[in-house]
Design a protein around this ligand. Structure first.
Ligand SMILES: NC(=O)c1ccc[n+]([C@@H]2O[C@H](COP(=O)([O-])OP(=O)(O)OC[C@H]3O[C@@H](n4cnc5c(N)ncnc54)[C@H](OP(=O)(O)O)[C@@H]3O)[C@@H](O)[C@H]2O)c1
Length: 266
């Protein structure tokens, strides 16, 4: 591997690792080495498809690495962190696993190891994630630059605290499923008018994409609603029904249900 590049070891070669590796394809400042849990076929695919190096024995390569990126299930972390702790020497350790916070990583690794938790969402594979990251206490400005450069390939990002990443994961990670549920209900109504599935998907997806663009103008959501709904008009009738059914409260309760479940799983 080239010496002046930052060397990144991915442990885990699944969907999330591949989305991030894909996002790094136009970032020549990183040299990538990928390992996994022994699925050699997947490792071969990753090597050929993304043009990165792979290894079945990441421990042998650890000493040469600058950044260790854990992209495997939460329950695989303890074993890997125990192995890492024996040989790590100041490298930056990142994880995308839900519920593995920087304090936990720090508790498992030698004192003063720089760590961070990263929480992308499924839109990462299209480069459209909103990704949260929470650095640990030993992360410096150089590490922050590496983290932001690594995750900028999968979309936009925000730096938050450990407590905030726990609470916001429901909003950025889970709520896309709420949007798809809304989309599914609207698609169904569109299909009932006699248009094709393809047409219904086009209508609904572009309506949501356009609404997202309007949100990005930072106009207050109530004002955006007012721009659509004339008092006493047809949209207002629909909004009234949503209010009668406590739509906003229901969404907030759903976010809280995600948070409670996430806390219980840990
Ligand atoms: N997918 C998402 O949209 C998303 C969003 C946010 C966070 N995440 C988090 O990202 C992590 C990975 O998710 P994913 O969707 O990429 O999962 P995935 O597609 O199932 O891939 C999991 C990867 O982890 C590897 N692995 C499992 N146990 C391992 C071990 N003991 N040592 C080394 N590698 C091991 C697997 O190895 P093999 O290839 O050998 O099977 C596989 O490459 C999870 O913690 C998940 O919570 C995912």
């Amino acid at each position: 591997m080239t010496k002046d590049k930052k060397r990144v070891l991915f442990i885990g070669a699944g969907r999330m690792a591949q989305a991030i590796i894909e996002g790094l394809s136009n970032k020549p400042e990183f040299a990538i080495l990928v390992s996994n849990n022994g699925n050699e076929e997947r490792l071969e695919f990753v090597k050929n498809h993304y043009g990165v190096e792979t290894t079945v024995n990441w421990l042998n390569n650890l000493v040469n690495m600058d950044i260790i990126f854990l992209a495997m299930p939460p329950d695989a972390h303890d074993t890997i962190l125990n192995e890492l702790a024996k040989q790590i020497n100041g490298q930056l350790v990142l994880t995308v696993a839900a519920g593995i916070g920087p304090a936990y990583l720090e508790s498992k690794l030698p004192n003063s190891t720089p760590v961070a938790s990263i929480m992308p969402n499924t839109a990462a594979k299209l480069g459209e994630s909103i990704t949260l990251y929470a650095p640990g206490q030993y992360v410096n400005q150089q590490h922050v630059q590496w983290i932001e450069s690594l995750i900028s390939g999968i979309g936009q990002f925000e730096r938050v605290t450990e407590k905030q990443i726990q609470e916001l994961t429901a909003v950025t990670g889970s709520a896309p499923a709420f949007i798809y549920k809304l989309a599914g209900a609207l698609e169904q109504m569109a299909l009932e008018t006699g248009i094709t599935q393809q047409q219904a998907r086009k209508l609904v997806s572009q309506m949501i994409a356009g609404s997202a663009e309007m949100l990005k103008t930072n106009i207050d959501t109530n004002e955006l609603i007012n721009q659509v709904a004339t008092p006493g008009g047809s949209t207002a009738a629909g909004l009234e029904l949503l209010d009668d059914h406590q739509f906003s409260t229901t969404i907030q309760q759903a976010i809280n249900a995600c948070r409670q479940k996430a806390a219980a799983i840990k």
